[in-house]
Design a binder for this molecule. Structure first.
Ligand code: NAD
Length: 504
Protein backbone atom coordinates (compact mmCIF):
# COMPACT_ATOMS: atom_id res chain seq x y z
CA UNK A 1 0.00 0.00 0.00
CA UNK A 2 2.76 2.46 0.99
CA UNK A 3 4.92 1.68 -2.03
CA UNK A 4 2.05 2.48 -4.32
CA UNK A 5 1.50 5.81 -2.57
CA UNK A 6 5.16 6.78 -2.68
CA UNK A 7 5.25 5.87 -6.39
CA UNK A 8 2.16 7.97 -7.14
CA UNK A 9 3.81 10.96 -5.44
CA UNK A 10 7.17 10.44 -7.15
CA UNK A 11 8.98 9.72 -3.86
CA UNK A 12 12.15 7.70 -4.36
CA UNK A 13 14.75 6.27 -2.00
CA UNK A 14 16.65 9.60 -2.20
CA UNK A 15 14.84 12.85 -2.97
CA UNK A 16 15.96 16.40 -3.57
CA UNK A 17 14.67 18.81 -0.93
CA UNK A 18 15.05 21.84 -3.19
CA UNK A 19 12.51 22.61 -5.92
CA UNK A 20 10.51 25.22 -7.74
CA UNK A 21 12.97 27.03 -9.99
CA UNK A 22 15.13 26.15 -13.00
CA UNK A 23 18.27 24.25 -12.03
CA UNK A 24 17.17 23.66 -8.42
CA UNK A 25 19.64 21.38 -6.66
CA UNK A 26 20.16 20.22 -3.10
CA UNK A 27 23.63 19.85 -1.62
CA UNK A 28 22.95 19.92 2.14
CA UNK A 29 22.87 17.11 4.67
CA UNK A 30 20.83 13.95 4.19
CA UNK A 31 17.62 13.86 6.25
CA UNK A 32 15.90 10.64 7.14
CA UNK A 33 12.67 10.74 9.09
CA UNK A 34 11.12 7.86 10.97
CA UNK A 35 7.61 6.50 10.68
CA UNK A 36 6.39 7.26 14.22
CA UNK A 37 4.03 4.27 14.21
CA UNK A 38 6.69 1.67 13.38
CA UNK A 39 10.04 3.39 14.01
CA UNK A 40 11.04 2.35 10.47
CA UNK A 41 13.17 4.68 8.40
CA UNK A 42 11.46 6.50 5.56
CA UNK A 43 13.05 7.52 2.24
CA UNK A 44 15.78 10.15 2.51
CA UNK A 45 15.71 13.81 1.52
CA UNK A 46 18.79 15.81 0.62
CA UNK A 47 18.35 19.12 2.37
CA UNK A 48 19.29 22.61 1.16
CA UNK A 49 22.70 24.08 1.94
CA UNK A 50 23.17 27.80 2.49
CA UNK A 51 24.37 28.06 -1.14
CA UNK A 52 21.17 26.33 -2.32
CA UNK A 53 19.13 28.79 -0.25
CA UNK A 54 20.97 31.72 -1.84
CA UNK A 55 20.31 30.33 -5.33
CA UNK A 56 16.62 29.87 -4.53
CA UNK A 57 16.19 33.45 -3.29
CA UNK A 58 18.05 34.82 -6.31
CA UNK A 59 15.70 32.92 -8.64
CA UNK A 60 12.65 33.98 -6.65
CA UNK A 61 13.73 37.62 -6.93
CA UNK A 62 13.97 37.20 -10.72
CA UNK A 63 10.55 35.56 -10.89
CA UNK A 64 8.79 38.16 -8.73
CA UNK A 65 8.53 41.06 -11.24
CA UNK A 66 7.16 38.66 -13.86
CA UNK A 67 4.63 37.11 -11.48
CA UNK A 68 3.58 40.46 -10.00
CA UNK A 69 2.65 41.83 -13.42
CA UNK A 70 0.51 38.83 -14.33
CA UNK A 71 -3.18 39.69 -13.76
CA UNK A 72 -4.41 38.37 -10.44
CA UNK A 73 -7.11 36.11 -11.99
CA UNK A 74 -4.38 34.53 -14.16
CA UNK A 75 -2.37 33.90 -11.00
CA UNK A 76 -5.56 32.39 -9.60
CA UNK A 77 -5.68 30.01 -12.56
CA UNK A 78 -2.36 28.48 -11.48
CA UNK A 79 -3.77 27.98 -7.99
CA UNK A 80 -6.95 26.46 -9.46
CA UNK A 81 -4.85 23.90 -11.33
CA UNK A 82 -2.97 23.07 -8.13
CA UNK A 83 -6.34 22.52 -6.45
CA UNK A 84 -7.31 20.05 -9.19
CA UNK A 85 -4.04 18.17 -8.79
CA UNK A 86 -4.51 18.05 -5.02
CA UNK A 87 -7.94 16.53 -5.57
CA UNK A 88 -6.34 13.83 -7.75
CA UNK A 89 -3.67 13.05 -5.15
CA UNK A 90 -5.70 13.66 -2.00
CA UNK A 91 -5.66 10.06 -0.81
CA UNK A 92 -1.95 9.54 -1.46
CA UNK A 93 -0.79 12.83 0.02
CA UNK A 94 -3.01 12.35 3.06
CA UNK A 95 -1.51 8.92 3.54
CA UNK A 96 2.03 10.28 3.26
CA UNK A 97 1.22 12.78 6.02
CA UNK A 98 -0.01 9.81 8.08
CA UNK A 99 3.22 7.91 7.37
CA UNK A 100 5.46 10.79 8.22
CA UNK A 101 3.85 12.43 11.26
CA UNK A 102 1.42 9.73 12.45
CA UNK A 103 -1.92 11.53 12.04
CA UNK A 104 -4.85 9.16 11.64
CA UNK A 105 -5.89 8.69 8.05
CA UNK A 106 -9.04 10.82 8.08
CA UNK A 107 -7.04 13.69 9.58
CA UNK A 108 -4.26 13.24 7.00
CA UNK A 109 -6.82 13.45 4.19
CA UNK A 110 -8.59 16.25 6.05
CA UNK A 111 -5.39 18.24 5.94
CA UNK A 112 -5.23 17.85 2.16
CA UNK A 113 -8.90 18.86 1.97
CA UNK A 114 -7.93 22.01 3.85
CA UNK A 115 -5.36 22.72 1.14
CA UNK A 116 -8.05 22.24 -1.51
CA UNK A 117 -10.42 24.56 0.37
CA UNK A 118 -7.65 27.16 0.51
CA UNK A 119 -7.19 26.83 -3.27
CA UNK A 120 -10.88 27.46 -3.87
CA UNK A 121 -10.85 30.42 -1.51
CA UNK A 122 -7.73 31.92 -3.11
CA UNK A 123 -9.06 31.44 -6.65
CA UNK A 124 -12.19 33.41 -5.76
CA UNK A 125 -10.08 35.99 -4.01
CA UNK A 126 -7.97 36.46 -7.13
CA UNK A 127 -10.96 38.34 -8.61
CA UNK A 128 -11.72 40.27 -5.44
CA UNK A 129 -8.49 41.91 -4.29
CA UNK A 130 -9.98 45.28 -3.67
CA UNK A 131 -9.10 48.67 -2.28
CA UNK A 132 -11.24 51.63 -1.25
CA UNK A 133 -12.08 55.07 -2.50
CA UNK A 134 -12.21 57.59 0.31
CA UNK A 135 -13.82 61.04 0.29
CA UNK A 136 -11.13 63.71 -0.03
CA UNK A 137 -11.37 67.00 1.89
CA UNK A 138 -9.78 68.81 -1.04
CA UNK A 139 -11.86 69.93 -4.06
CA UNK A 140 -11.32 68.03 -7.32
CA UNK A 141 -9.25 65.38 -5.61
CA UNK A 142 -9.75 61.66 -5.42
CA UNK A 143 -8.25 59.54 -2.70
CA UNK A 144 -7.94 55.77 -2.91
CA UNK A 145 -6.27 52.88 -1.24
CA UNK A 146 -4.81 50.06 -3.28
CA UNK A 147 -2.88 46.88 -2.59
CA UNK A 148 0.34 45.78 -4.28
CA UNK A 149 2.34 42.56 -4.10
CA UNK A 150 5.11 42.47 -1.50
CA UNK A 151 7.85 40.26 -2.95
CA UNK A 152 9.25 36.88 -1.92
CA UNK A 153 7.35 35.59 1.13
CA UNK A 154 9.15 33.18 3.47
CA UNK A 155 7.09 30.37 4.98
CA UNK A 156 8.45 28.45 7.98
CA UNK A 157 6.07 25.60 8.80
CA UNK A 158 5.56 23.28 11.76
CA UNK A 159 5.58 19.47 11.69
CA UNK A 160 2.02 18.97 12.89
CA UNK A 161 0.37 20.50 9.81
CA UNK A 162 3.12 19.66 7.37
CA UNK A 163 1.20 20.61 4.22
CA UNK A 164 -1.85 22.71 5.18
CA UNK A 165 0.15 25.53 6.80
CA UNK A 166 2.05 26.01 3.57
CA UNK A 167 -1.25 26.11 1.68
CA UNK A 168 -2.72 28.78 4.00
CA UNK A 169 0.23 30.98 3.14
CA UNK A 170 1.24 30.00 -0.36
CA UNK A 171 -2.11 30.29 -2.12
CA UNK A 172 -2.93 33.69 -0.65
CA UNK A 173 0.58 34.93 -1.33
CA UNK A 174 0.48 33.63 -4.91
CA UNK A 175 -2.81 35.26 -5.89
CA UNK A 176 -1.61 38.46 -4.22
CA UNK A 177 1.36 38.45 -6.64
CA UNK A 178 4.08 37.27 -4.27
CA UNK A 179 6.46 34.40 -4.81
CA UNK A 180 6.90 31.85 -2.04
CA UNK A 181 9.97 30.43 -0.29
CA UNK A 182 9.02 27.41 1.81
CA UNK A 183 11.20 25.98 4.54
CA UNK A 184 9.17 23.11 5.97
CA UNK A 185 9.74 21.30 9.23
CA UNK A 186 12.73 18.95 9.01
CA UNK A 187 10.48 16.42 10.74
CA UNK A 188 8.19 16.24 7.68
CA UNK A 189 10.39 16.69 4.58
CA UNK A 190 8.75 14.01 2.41
CA UNK A 191 5.32 15.62 2.61
CA UNK A 192 6.90 18.88 1.42
CA UNK A 193 8.73 17.16 -1.43
CA UNK A 194 5.47 15.52 -2.52
CA UNK A 195 3.65 18.87 -2.48
CA UNK A 196 6.41 20.42 -4.61
CA UNK A 197 5.99 17.57 -7.14
CA UNK A 198 2.21 18.09 -7.26
CA UNK A 199 2.70 21.82 -7.81
CA UNK A 200 5.18 21.12 -10.58
CA UNK A 201 2.76 18.71 -12.29
CA UNK A 202 -0.14 21.15 -11.97
CA UNK A 203 1.62 24.28 -13.19
CA UNK A 204 3.50 22.78 -16.14
CA UNK A 205 3.28 25.20 -19.08
CA UNK A 206 1.99 28.07 -16.91
CA UNK A 207 5.35 29.83 -16.52
CA UNK A 208 5.42 29.47 -12.73
CA UNK A 209 9.14 28.78 -12.34
CA UNK A 210 10.46 30.53 -9.25
CA UNK A 211 6.97 31.11 -7.80
CA UNK A 212 6.51 28.09 -5.51
CA UNK A 213 9.96 27.34 -4.11
CA UNK A 214 11.01 24.73 -1.59
CA UNK A 215 14.13 24.38 0.56
CA UNK A 216 14.00 21.54 3.07
CA UNK A 217 16.30 22.59 5.90
CA UNK A 218 16.68 23.14 9.61
CA UNK A 219 16.51 26.21 11.82
CA UNK A 220 19.79 27.72 10.49
CA UNK A 221 18.27 28.36 7.06
CA UNK A 222 15.11 29.56 8.81
CA UNK A 223 17.18 32.15 10.67
CA UNK A 224 18.95 33.14 7.46
CA UNK A 225 15.53 33.72 5.89
CA UNK A 226 14.38 35.74 8.89
CA UNK A 227 17.44 37.97 8.53
CA UNK A 228 17.22 38.26 4.72
CA UNK A 229 16.27 41.78 3.55
CA UNK A 230 15.11 40.31 0.21
CA UNK A 231 12.25 38.60 2.06
CA UNK A 232 9.79 41.36 3.08
CA UNK A 233 7.44 38.98 4.94
CA UNK A 234 8.32 35.91 6.98
CA UNK A 235 5.32 33.83 8.00
CA UNK A 236 6.39 31.51 10.79
CA UNK A 237 4.28 28.76 12.34
CA UNK A 238 5.62 26.84 15.30
CA UNK A 239 6.48 27.10 18.97
CA UNK A 240 6.41 30.35 20.94
CA UNK A 241 10.18 30.03 21.47
CA UNK A 242 10.77 29.89 17.71
CA UNK A 243 8.42 32.84 17.15
CA UNK A 244 10.18 35.00 19.72
CA UNK A 245 13.50 34.36 18.00
CA UNK A 246 12.22 34.82 14.44
CA UNK A 247 10.15 37.87 15.43
CA UNK A 248 13.20 39.58 16.89
CA UNK A 249 15.41 38.85 13.88
CA UNK A 250 12.80 40.11 11.42
CA UNK A 251 12.07 43.20 13.55
CA UNK A 252 15.76 44.02 13.68
CA UNK A 253 15.75 44.63 9.92
CA UNK A 254 12.26 46.23 10.02
CA UNK A 255 10.74 43.39 8.02
CA UNK A 256 7.30 41.96 8.60
CA UNK A 257 6.64 38.78 10.56
CA UNK A 258 3.36 36.89 10.60
CA UNK A 259 3.52 34.69 13.67
CA UNK A 260 1.30 31.65 14.32
CA UNK A 261 2.59 30.14 17.53
CA UNK A 262 1.69 27.85 20.38
CA UNK A 263 -1.63 27.66 22.20
CA UNK A 264 -2.85 26.66 25.64
CA UNK A 265 -6.50 26.36 24.81
CA UNK A 266 -9.32 25.87 27.27
CA UNK A 267 -12.90 24.66 27.25
CA UNK A 268 -15.33 25.95 29.87
CA UNK A 269 -18.23 23.64 30.78
CA UNK A 270 -20.96 25.74 32.36
CA UNK A 271 -23.85 24.44 34.52
CA UNK A 272 -26.41 24.62 31.67
CA UNK A 273 -24.19 22.80 29.12
CA UNK A 274 -25.53 19.89 27.10
CA UNK A 275 -23.15 17.42 28.65
CA UNK A 276 -22.89 14.85 25.87
CA UNK A 277 -22.06 17.57 23.38
CA UNK A 278 -19.39 18.94 25.70
CA UNK A 279 -17.87 15.49 26.31
CA UNK A 280 -17.67 14.62 22.60
CA UNK A 281 -16.18 17.98 21.72
CA UNK A 282 -13.69 17.80 24.58
CA UNK A 283 -12.56 14.33 23.53
CA UNK A 284 -11.94 15.42 19.92
CA UNK A 285 -10.24 18.65 20.99
CA UNK A 286 -8.03 16.99 23.62
CA UNK A 287 -7.00 13.72 21.96
CA UNK A 288 -7.51 14.37 18.23
CA UNK A 289 -4.17 14.37 16.35
CA UNK A 290 -2.84 12.80 19.59
CA UNK A 291 -2.92 16.23 21.22
CA UNK A 292 -0.60 17.69 18.61
CA UNK A 293 -2.67 20.55 17.26
CA UNK A 294 -1.97 24.17 18.07
CA UNK A 295 -5.70 24.32 18.93
CA UNK A 296 -5.72 21.17 21.10
CA UNK A 297 -7.71 21.62 24.32
CA UNK A 298 -5.19 21.47 27.15
CA UNK A 299 -7.34 22.86 29.97
CA UNK A 300 -10.90 21.97 30.95
CA UNK A 301 -12.59 24.43 33.32
CA UNK A 302 -15.69 22.78 34.74
CA UNK A 303 -18.42 24.18 36.97
CA UNK A 304 -18.20 22.54 40.39
CA UNK A 305 -21.76 21.18 40.08
CA UNK A 306 -20.67 19.06 37.07
CA UNK A 307 -17.05 18.37 37.88
CA UNK A 308 -17.33 14.78 39.15
CA UNK A 309 -19.79 13.79 36.45
CA UNK A 310 -17.58 15.22 33.68
CA UNK A 311 -14.49 13.51 35.05
CA UNK A 312 -16.31 10.15 35.25
CA UNK A 313 -17.65 10.47 31.68
CA UNK A 314 -14.23 11.43 30.34
CA UNK A 315 -12.55 8.57 32.20
CA UNK A 316 -14.96 6.17 30.51
CA UNK A 317 -14.32 7.72 27.10
CA UNK A 318 -10.53 7.69 27.58
CA UNK A 319 -10.64 4.00 28.60
CA UNK A 320 -12.25 3.04 25.31
CA UNK A 321 -10.15 5.19 22.96
CA UNK A 322 -8.86 3.12 20.03
CA UNK A 323 -5.09 3.83 20.03
CA UNK A 324 -3.00 2.28 17.29
CA UNK A 325 -1.94 2.22 13.66
CA UNK A 326 -2.92 5.55 12.18
CA UNK A 327 -3.80 4.02 8.80
CA UNK A 328 -6.33 1.67 10.41
CA UNK A 329 -9.75 3.28 9.95
CA UNK A 330 -10.86 2.23 13.45
CA UNK A 331 -8.03 4.13 15.17
CA UNK A 332 -8.75 7.51 16.74
CA UNK A 333 -5.38 8.12 18.41
CA UNK A 334 -2.17 7.58 16.46
CA UNK A 335 1.40 7.92 17.74
CA UNK A 336 3.21 11.04 18.87
CA UNK A 337 5.69 12.34 16.35
CA UNK A 338 8.91 11.29 18.08
CA UNK A 339 10.63 9.75 21.06
CA UNK A 340 11.32 13.28 22.32
CA UNK A 341 7.58 14.01 22.29
CA UNK A 342 6.92 10.87 24.40
CA UNK A 343 9.60 11.95 26.87
CA UNK A 344 8.18 15.50 27.02
CA UNK A 345 4.77 14.08 27.91
CA UNK A 346 6.21 11.83 30.64
CA UNK A 347 8.15 14.76 32.09
CA UNK A 348 5.04 16.97 32.08
CA UNK A 349 3.05 14.31 33.94
CA UNK A 350 5.78 13.89 36.54
CA UNK A 351 5.94 17.65 36.98
CA UNK A 352 2.15 17.83 37.31
CA UNK A 353 2.23 15.16 40.02
CA UNK A 354 4.99 16.97 41.87
CA UNK A 355 2.92 20.17 41.78
CA UNK A 356 -0.12 18.45 43.30
CA UNK A 357 -1.87 17.17 40.17
CA UNK A 358 -3.56 13.77 40.07
CA UNK A 359 -3.46 11.66 36.91
CA UNK A 360 -6.90 10.00 36.77
CA UNK A 361 -6.71 8.40 33.33
CA UNK A 362 -4.03 7.29 30.88
CA UNK A 363 -0.51 8.68 30.71
CA UNK A 364 1.36 5.43 30.06
CA UNK A 365 3.45 4.60 27.05
CA UNK A 366 2.16 1.63 25.06
CA UNK A 367 4.37 -1.46 25.15
CA UNK A 368 4.86 -1.75 21.40
CA UNK A 369 7.02 -0.29 18.67
CA UNK A 370 6.24 3.32 17.84
CA UNK A 371 5.66 6.45 19.88
CA UNK A 372 2.24 5.53 21.29
CA UNK A 373 0.86 6.94 24.53
CA UNK A 374 -2.44 6.81 26.35
CA UNK A 375 -4.00 10.30 26.46
CA UNK A 376 -4.01 11.57 30.05
CA UNK A 377 -6.52 13.34 32.28
CA UNK A 378 -5.05 15.27 35.18
CA UNK A 379 -6.99 16.86 38.04
CA UNK A 380 -5.22 20.16 38.53
CA UNK A 381 -5.33 23.67 39.98
CA UNK A 382 -4.91 26.80 37.86
CA UNK A 383 -1.92 27.94 39.94
CA UNK A 384 0.15 24.85 39.06
CA UNK A 385 2.94 26.23 36.81
CA UNK A 386 2.76 23.22 34.44
CA UNK A 387 -0.81 24.20 33.52
CA UNK A 388 0.60 27.31 31.84
CA UNK A 389 2.91 25.27 29.61
CA UNK A 390 2.00 23.91 26.17
CA UNK A 391 3.14 20.27 26.28
CA UNK A 392 2.64 19.06 22.72
CA UNK A 393 0.94 15.78 23.70
CA UNK A 394 -2.52 14.64 24.86
CA UNK A 395 -2.57 15.90 28.45
CA UNK A 396 -5.79 17.56 29.64
CA UNK A 397 -5.74 19.49 32.95
CA UNK A 398 -9.18 19.59 34.60
CA UNK A 399 -10.04 22.43 36.96
CA UNK A 400 -13.05 23.48 39.01
CA UNK A 401 -14.84 26.84 39.08
CA UNK A 402 -17.68 28.38 41.06
CA UNK A 403 -18.59 31.70 39.35
CA UNK A 404 -18.49 32.68 35.69
CA UNK A 405 -16.03 35.48 36.54
CA UNK A 406 -13.72 32.92 38.11
CA UNK A 407 -13.94 30.68 35.03
CA UNK A 408 -13.00 33.61 32.80
CA UNK A 409 -10.11 34.61 35.05
CA UNK A 410 -8.73 31.06 34.96
CA UNK A 411 -9.31 30.92 31.23
CA UNK A 412 -7.42 34.13 30.49
CA UNK A 413 -4.62 33.55 32.99
CA UNK A 414 -2.17 31.84 30.59
CA UNK A 415 0.42 33.49 28.32
CA UNK A 416 -0.97 32.04 25.10
CA UNK A 417 -4.17 33.21 23.37
CA UNK A 418 -5.12 30.98 20.46
CA UNK A 419 -8.43 29.13 20.79
CA UNK A 420 -11.18 28.93 23.40
CA UNK A 421 -14.63 27.46 23.87
CA UNK A 422 -17.59 27.48 26.22
CA UNK A 423 -20.37 24.92 26.51
CA UNK A 424 -23.49 26.62 27.77
CA UNK A 425 -27.15 27.03 26.93
CA UNK A 426 -27.29 30.32 28.79
CA UNK A 427 -27.46 33.02 26.13
CA UNK A 428 -26.01 35.74 28.31
CA UNK A 429 -23.11 33.56 29.41
CA UNK A 430 -22.33 32.70 25.78
CA UNK A 431 -22.43 36.38 24.83
CA UNK A 432 -20.21 37.32 27.74
CA UNK A 433 -17.66 34.72 26.68
CA UNK A 434 -17.32 36.20 23.18
CA UNK A 435 -17.60 39.85 24.30
CA UNK A 436 -14.66 42.22 24.71
CA UNK A 437 -14.46 41.37 28.42
CA UNK A 438 -14.66 37.62 27.69
CA UNK A 439 -12.15 35.23 26.12
CA UNK A 440 -8.85 36.92 25.20
CA UNK A 441 -8.15 34.45 22.35
CA UNK A 442 -8.12 34.86 18.57
CA UNK A 443 -10.77 32.14 18.34
CA UNK A 444 -13.77 31.92 20.69
CA UNK A 445 -16.41 29.22 20.17
CA UNK A 446 -19.75 28.41 21.75
CA UNK A 447 -20.84 24.76 21.94
CA UNK A 448 -17.95 23.74 19.64
CA UNK A 449 -14.52 22.56 20.79
CA UNK A 450 -11.30 24.50 20.39
CA UNK A 451 -9.92 22.70 17.33
CA UNK A 452 -11.03 22.08 13.76
CA UNK A 453 -11.39 25.62 12.39
CA UNK A 454 -12.78 26.25 8.91
CA UNK A 455 -10.61 28.14 6.43
CA UNK A 456 -13.20 30.86 5.77
CA UNK A 457 -12.41 32.71 8.99
CA UNK A 458 -9.14 34.41 9.85
CA UNK A 459 -7.03 32.00 11.89
CA UNK A 460 -4.59 32.99 14.62
CA UNK A 461 -4.21 34.09 18.21
CA UNK A 462 -3.18 36.79 20.63
CA UNK A 463 -0.50 37.24 23.32
CA UNK A 464 2.44 34.82 22.91
CA UNK A 465 0.55 33.04 20.13
CA UNK A 466 1.95 35.89 18.06
CA UNK A 467 -0.96 37.96 16.74
CA UNK A 468 -0.80 36.78 13.11
CA UNK A 469 -3.87 35.92 11.03
CA UNK A 470 -3.91 33.47 8.14
CA UNK A 471 -6.42 31.75 5.83
CA UNK A 472 -9.82 33.40 5.31
CA UNK A 473 -11.55 36.74 5.86
CA UNK A 474 -9.18 39.61 4.99
CA UNK A 475 -5.98 37.79 6.01
CA UNK A 476 -4.75 38.33 2.44
CA UNK A 477 -3.91 41.91 3.36
CA UNK A 478 -0.88 40.64 5.31
CA UNK A 479 0.63 39.46 2.01
CA UNK A 480 0.37 42.84 0.25
CA UNK A 481 1.52 46.39 0.74
CA UNK A 482 -1.08 49.12 1.08
CA UNK A 483 -0.74 52.30 -0.92
CA UNK A 484 -2.80 55.43 -0.38
CA UNK A 485 -3.05 57.55 -3.53
CA UNK A 486 -4.47 61.05 -3.91
CA UNK A 487 -5.04 62.39 -7.41
CA UNK A 488 -5.67 66.04 -8.25
CA UNK A 489 -7.78 66.64 -11.37
CA UNK A 490 -8.12 70.41 -10.72
CA UNK A 491 -5.99 73.46 -11.52
CA UNK A 492 -5.37 74.49 -7.89
CA UNK A 493 -3.19 73.02 -5.18
CA UNK A 494 -5.32 73.13 -2.02
CA UNK A 495 -3.45 71.75 1.00
CA UNK A 496 -4.94 69.44 3.60
CA UNK A 497 -5.91 70.89 7.00
CA UNK A 498 -6.21 74.33 5.36
CA UNK A 499 -2.46 74.89 5.42
CA UNK A 500 -1.36 77.91 3.33
CA UNK A 501 1.98 77.75 1.53
CA UNK A 502 1.93 80.27 -1.32
CA UNK A 503 5.27 80.66 -2.99
CA UNK A 504 5.97 83.64 -5.23
P1 NAD B 1 9.08 24.42 15.97
O1 NAD B 1 9.02 25.77 16.56
O2 NAD B 1 10.04 23.45 16.53
O3 NAD B 1 9.40 24.53 14.40
C1 NAD B 1 8.58 25.22 13.49
C2 NAD B 1 9.39 25.65 12.29
O4 NAD B 1 10.31 26.68 12.66
C3 NAD B 1 10.23 24.54 11.67
O5 NAD B 1 10.25 24.71 10.27
C4 NAD B 1 11.61 24.79 12.26
O6 NAD B 1 12.66 24.26 11.50
C5 NAD B 1 11.63 26.31 12.29
N1 NAD B 1 12.54 26.90 13.28
C6 NAD B 1 12.77 26.46 14.54
N2 NAD B 1 13.62 27.30 15.16
C7 NAD B 1 13.90 28.29 14.30
C8 NAD B 1 14.72 29.46 14.36
N3 NAD B 1 15.43 29.78 15.44
N4 NAD B 1 14.77 30.26 13.27
C9 NAD B 1 14.04 29.96 12.17
N5 NAD B 1 13.28 28.86 12.05
C10 NAD B 1 13.20 28.04 13.10
O7 NAD B 1 7.58 23.83 16.04
P2 NAD B 1 7.07 22.34 15.77
O8 NAD B 1 7.48 21.46 16.89
O9 NAD B 1 7.39 21.94 14.37
O10 NAD B 1 5.48 22.56 15.82
C11 NAD B 1 4.73 22.54 17.01
C12 NAD B 1 4.47 23.95 17.49
O11 NAD B 1 3.85 24.72 16.47
C13 NAD B 1 3.49 23.99 18.65
O12 NAD B 1 3.90 24.95 19.57
C14 NAD B 1 2.18 24.39 18.00
O13 NAD B 1 1.26 24.99 18.87
C15 NAD B 1 2.67 25.34 16.95
N6 NAD B 1 1.71 25.51 15.85
C16 NAD B 1 1.03 26.69 15.77
C17 NAD B 1 0.07 26.86 14.77
C18 NAD B 1 -0.71 28.13 14.67
O14 NAD B 1 -1.30 28.36 13.63
N7 NAD B 1 -0.77 28.97 15.69
C19 NAD B 1 -0.13 25.84 13.83
C20 NAD B 1 0.61 24.67 13.93
C21 NAD B 1 1.53 24.52 14.95
Amino acid sequence: MFDEILRELGIEELNSGVAGYPGATASGALLRTINPATEERLPAVQSASLADYEAMVAQACLAFPRWRSRPAPARGEAVRRIGEALRRHKRALGMLVTLEVGKIRSEGEGEVQEMIDMCDFAVGLSRQLHGLTIASERPHHRMMEQWHPLGPVGVLSAFNFPVAVWAWNAFLAAVCGDVVLWKPSPRAPLSAVAVARIVQEATRGLDCEGVFNLAVAGAEIGERMAADPRVPLVSATGSCAMGKRVGQIVAHRMGRALLELGGNNAIVIAPSATLELAIRATAFAAVGTAGQRCTTARRLIVHESLHDKVVARLQAVYKSLPIGDPWDDRTLVGPLVSEAAVQAMQTALETARSQGGQVVAGGARLARKGYFVEPALVLARPDMPIVGVETFAPVLYIMNYRSFEQALAIHNSVEQGLSSAIFTNDLREAERFVAAEGSDCGIANVNIGTSGAEIGGAFGGEKTTGGGREAGSDSWKAYMRRQTCTINRGDDLPLAQGVKFDVG
